[in-house]
Structure formats: structure tokens, C-alpha cells
Design a protein. Sequence first.
Length: 352
Amino acid sequence: MKKYFTSGAILFSAFCFVTLSAVKGFGQDIHFSQYNLTPLVINPAQAGAYKSVEAIVNYKSQWTSISPNAYKTVMLSGDMRLMQKKWKTSWLAAGISLFSDKAGDGNMKTTQANLAFGYHTQLNDKNTFGGALLAGYAGRSIDYTKLTWDEQYVNGAYDPNAQSNEPVGINKFGYPDFGLGILYQFNKGQMYSTANDMVMIHAGLSLFHLNKPKYSFYSTDEKLYTKMLGHVDALIGVKNTNLAFVPGFLFMGQGPSSEILPGCYFRYMLREESKFTGYVKGASIMVGTHLRLKDAFIPSVQLEIAEYTLGISYDMNVSGLKSATSGKGGFEISLRYGNPNPFLYKSAASFQ
């Protein structure tokens, strides 16, 4: 037990040192509203944390009321545990994520692939601690021929042959990208039992863009700000009922920008898994809302059937931008496969 706490203390101390040295950095990242269905975007230490094997696909379309060529983001991710059967109370973890983000009439694209590698250990029967490193490579591109400028409107009519007098930079470039994260888990009781006395808490810290890569199509010193992120989620079962509360809180800081996202789901068990035949699959539904402060109100629903989870949400804009969007923000849909089946009695999977 002593060696586990020592290892955890060393990892936490190293993380804090890197955090303090990365407060200053020099663009913004993709983000999804259903952050419990984008674990590797939030924290690389969530790779292998909750499931033995997990695969997720996400799609988000944002601000199409302003322009049909507004933000569209697609992501594929997967993670798994390694060496768990051999080591019993600790395991290695690996994860991969691929995303493509396109925005604007100029088809400005960002495509990135990330690999996460980490380690988790059970401190005792209720507490688990882990950490992970992240390494990736990103590419950005833009199509200048699809952009229009004020100088190209002659006598109120657009002339594509008119000079824009705008400087033209390179149309694509790439850069390496690095990050890290730590994660603490507390698990107590049973969620899929008559008692429904489960209490689970996940808390993590992560850093992205540690190397502050250059982020400009022009010969400038613009860099991608280091992003710092903290998250806390819980599941609290209401004893002797089918109901549970799932509160959560997310904070992101990146350069001069920050995002605070509190919220809560109400989870209801629709039916239990058949313990003998397996023909009846366990199912639950989560309905709730989050609030991205000063930006968007986000109602969402997630349906879970056996190993599969389908999530749908919609960002309803409440910021000053609502005069242009008419309150319409972004549609998001996610599909996750996670093994083991969380409805099995004494399943090793968690609510995430």
C-alpha cells in the first residue's frame, strides 16, 4: 500500500510542477457538450479508466443558423486496459483519438490524431489513481480561393477577379502536440442491485499543448495556448429506487479564454439485465442539462442499452450572439460501445 501512495504522490507532484510552468502560453480547441462521451478530449488519463474496452463516435454541428459552412466536428476514439488480468489491482491503459474540424467558407480544417498511454492502480477497494501522457500530430489547411473580401465588391457587385489586397499565407501546415493528465476515482456500493446504494466520484486534472505549437498560416509568432482543464463528476444512487443523480462540473482555461460548465443528469433504470438468459438487456435513461456560463444552455438525453450508449444534446445560445443565431447553437450526437456491460452484477465498468 505504501508504494502505491508514494507513486501517486510523485506523479501528482510532477503534474503540479508542469502545470505551474505552463500557465503562460500562446486559437482555441474543439469542444463537445456531452463531455462524458468524449473522455480523451477532457483528460488522457481517462483512457482505460472506466471500461476494459471502449469505442466512441461523436458529431457536432454548430451555428448553422449563421452560415451553412459553420463549425462541423467529427471524432472517433477508443481506449482499452492492458495487463489487468495479470496485475489484478493495477493496469496499463492505451487510447487513440482522431478528429476533423471544418469551419467557414474558406473550409479551414484541423485534423488531428492523438495517442494516450497511462497507468492506473487501486489504492484500496474504493480508491483508484492514474495518470497518462498524450502525444499527437495535427494538420491545418485553408482554401483561400473560397474567401471573399470587401475590396472585391465593385459598385455593390462581387467581382472574383478584383484584387483583394490581402496577404496570402501558406495553405497548410502541421505540428506535434503533447499533453498529460491525472485521475482519481472513488467507488462504493452497487448501482444495479436492489439497494442502488452506489456512490462514484471521478476527479481529474489535465494539460494540453504543452509544447505551445505554432498556429498560424502566416509568418507570425502566434502559438496555440496551453490548455488547463479540471473536471469532477459523480453518481449518487437513491437507495431502494431506480433513480440516481449525476452532477458534473468542468473548467477549461486556454489563454485569455475560459469555460465553466456545471450541470446535472437524472438517471432512471428502465429495466434490469436478465441474470440467467441474457435475452433481456439492461437499460437506463439520463435526462439533464448543463450550462456553459455566459454562452449556452444545453439540454441533453442519453439512452443506455447493455454495452451501448446513445447521446443527443443541443446548445441553445444565451450569449450576445443569440441576436444572430436566434438562440440556435449546436446539435450533437454520440454513440459509445463499452465493455464490460455496466448492467451486469458487480460489473467492473462505471457509470461513465
